[in-house]
Design a protein around this ligand. Structure first.
Ligand code: ADP
Length: 469
C-alpha cells in the first residue's frame, strides 16, 4: 500500500518537475564550483611561478655580483626576514657538480637526481620533481649563465595543494545543502506551476462527484498558457452547461407537448371503443386519432430533422438552385391559404439569382417562413419575398405586415417548441423557426429577424453566392 502510493507519487508531474529542477540546479552549481576550483588552481600556480622567477632573478644578480658566496649570502639574508618564502636554490658548475644547495629539510623527499635531466642538451626551463610516495612536486626553474654555471630555484606545491584540498573540503560540505536547496526550490516552483492544473482537476472531480455543472476553475491572471487553458476550460464548461440546460428544457418541452396529443389520442380511441368501432361517432373518433397521430409524427420528424441539421448529419443534395423557381413553387402551394385569409403574397426575386443548396430543404425553409407570415398577418395584409445579389452573398427576405414579435420573444423564437404568447391561438408546433435556422446553418448561411410588435416582421437569410461558395 505504502510502496504503491510511493510508486504513484514517483510518476506525478510534480515530483518529476522537482527532480528535474533539482538535477539542473545541482549540475549548474557543480559546474560553477568546478570552474572556480580550476581558476583557483591555475591562479595559485601562476603566483608560485612568478615568485620562483623573481627568486631566480635575484640569485642570478647575486651570482653576477659576487659568485656562489653572494648567492648564499642573499639566501641567508632572506631566511632572517620574517614572512619570506623559503625556496630551494642550487648552484652547479657546467659539469653539473653542485657548488651550493639550500633545501628546507622537509623537501629532502623530492628525487633531486632528476635535477640534471636535460632536454635536447639544454636544462629545462620548468621541471616537476616528484616526491617519493607523495602527491606534491617540486617546481623548479633553471637558468644557465654565460660561464656555464647553472642556477636552479624551486618551490614545493605542498602549500597550494593544501589550499586546494581545503577548497575541495568546502565544496564537499556544501553539496548536501545545495541539494536540499535544489529540492526545496524545485518542489516550491513545481507546486506553483502546477497550481492551475490542480484547480482544473479539483473542478472536474467536484463536477464528477456532484453532477453539478456550475463549478468553475479559478483563473489567476498570470498571462501564461495555463491561464489560457483554465479560461478555455471554464468556457467549455459554460458551453456544455448551456447545451445541457437547453437539452433538458427541450426534453421537458417535448414531453409536455406530447402529453396533450397523446391524452387526446387515448380519449378518442376510448370513444371509438365504446361505440364498438361502428356508427358515425366511432368513425369521427378514428379519423381524429389518425389526425392526432399525424400531428405527433410531424412533430417527431421535425425534431429529428432539426437535430440532424444541427449535428451535421443531414444529407444535403447540393446543386446550383435558381431561387425564384424554388420559392415560386412554395408560393403556389400557399396561394389558396393566403387567398382564404385575404393576404397578398408577392415575389420579387430576380430570375438569375442562384445559390448552391438542396432545393427540397430550401423549399422547406420558405414554406415555414411563408406559413408563419400568412398565419401571423391579419386579412388585407401583405407578404413580400425578395432577393438580392451582394458581393459575396445572396440575401433573401420575407417581410410581412402582421402582428410583429415582442422584444422579449425575439431571442427565443429560434428555440425548439417555443411559441409566442399571442401565437397560441394559431395552429403550430413551435418548431418551424428552429428548423429554418438549423437548415440555413447547414448551408453555411445565416438567418436574422427584425420586428416590432404591430409593425410586421422581416426575416433575412444570407447564403454564400455561387462564385464564393
Ligand atoms: P409556430 O409553430 O408557433 O409558428 P415557429 O417556430 O414557426 O413556431 O415560430 C415561433 C414563434 O415565433 C411563433 O410562435 C411566433 O410567436 C413567432 N413568429 C414566427 N414568425 C412570425 C411572424 N411572421 N410574425 C409574428 N410572429 C412570428
Amino acid at each position: 500500500m505504502f510502496f504503491a502510493s510511493l510508486r504513484r507519487l514517483r510518476h506525478t508531474t510534480g515530483v518529476r518537475l522537482t527532480l528535474w529542477y533539482c538535477g539542473a540546479f545541482m549540475v549548474s552549481t557543480l559546474a560553477v564550483l568546478s570552474v572556480a576550483y580550476f581558476l583557483l588552481a591555475s591562479t595559485l600556480q601562476r603566483k608560485d611561478r612568478e615568485a620562483i622567477q623573481l627568486q631566480l632573478q635575484q640569485c642570478l644578480l647575486a651570482y653576477q655580483r659576487g659568485g656562489v658566496a653572494a648567492v648564499e649570502n642573499e639566501i641567508a639574508t632572506q631566511k632572517n626576514q620574517a614572512g619570506k618564502i623559503v625556496f630551494f636554490v642550487r648552484v652547479a658548475d657546467q659539469d653539473r657538480h653542485t657548488l651550493s644547495m639550500t633545501i628546507p629539510s622537509k623537501w629532502e623527499r623530492f628525487d633531486l637526481s632528476q635535477l640534471d635531466v636535460e632536454h635536447e642538451g639544454k636544462p629545462q626551463k620548468w621541471m616537476q620533481i616528484p616526491a617519493r610516495g607523495e602527491d606534491e612536486v617540486l617546481e623548479v626553474a633553471s637558468s644557465r649563465l654565460p660561464d656555464g654555471v647553472l642556477i636552479q630555484v624551486g618551490l614545493s606545491t605542498e602549500e597550494r595543494e593544501d589550499v586546494l584540498e581545503d577548497f575541495l573540503g568546502v565544496l564537499a560540505g556544501i553539496v548536501l545543502p545545495v541539494m536540499l536547496v535544489g529540492l526545496g526550490s524545485g518542489a516550491f516552483f513545481a507546486m506553483r506551476a502546477l497550481r492551475p492544473l490542480r484547480a482544473l482537476t479539483q473542478t472536474l472531480q467536484s463536477i464528477l462527484s456532484t453532477g453539478q455543472l456550475t463549478a468553475r476553475a479559478s483563473v489567476r491572471a498570470t498571462g501564461d498558457e495555463l491561464e489560457e487553458l483554465s479560461a478555455l476550460f471554464n468556457r467549455m464548461l459554460d458551453r456544455i452547461e448551456v447545451l445541457i440546460v437547453g437539452m433538458r428544457s427541450a426534453l421537458d418541452n417535448v414531453a409536455h407537448d406530447l402529453r396533450t396529443p397523446m391524452t387526446r389520442l387515448r380519449g378518442m380511441a376510448e370513444m371509438a371503443l365504446q361505440e364498438h368501432g361502428r356508427g358515425e361517432g366511432a368513425h369521427a373518433a378514428l379519423a381524429n386519432c389518425i389526425e392526432e397521430s399525424d400531428r405527433i409524427l410531424a412533430m417527431l420528424n421535425t425534431l429529428m430533422d432539426i437535430s440532424e441539421a444541427e449535428t451535421g448529419a443531414m444529407r444535403l443534395d447540393l446543386q446550383p438552385v435558381r431561387v425564384r423557381e424554388v420559392v415560386a413553387q412554395v408560393v403556389d402551394l400557399y396561394a389558396d391559404v393566403a387567398e382564404d385569409k385575404g393576404v397578398t403574397v408577392s415575389l420579387a426575386i430576380p430570375e438569375a439569382l442562384c445559390i448552391v443548396a438542396d432545393p427540397n430543404r430550401i423549399q422547406q425553409v420558405f414554406a415555414n417562413l411563408l406559413d408563419n407570415a400568412i398565419k401571423y398577418t391579419p386579412p388585407h395584409g401583405a407578404v413580400t419575398i425578395s432577393g438580392e445579389q451582394h458581393d459575396y452573398q445572396v440575401i433573401l427576405t420575407v417581410v410581412d405586415t402582421g402582428m410583429g414579435i415582442a422584444a422579449e420573444d425575439l431571442p427565443r423564437i429560434w428555440d425548439r417548441l417555443y411559441r409566442g404568447d399571442k401565437s397560441r391561438s394559431q395552429r403550430g408546433l413551435g418548431l418551424g423557426l428552429s428548423l429554418v435556422k438549423a437548415v440555413v446553418h447547414a448551408h453555411q448561411g445565416e438567418v436574422t429577424v427584425c420586428s416590432q410588435p404591430g409593425g410586421g416582421a422581416q426575416f433575412s437569410l444570407s447564403f454564400p453566392s455561387v462564385s464564393s461558395s
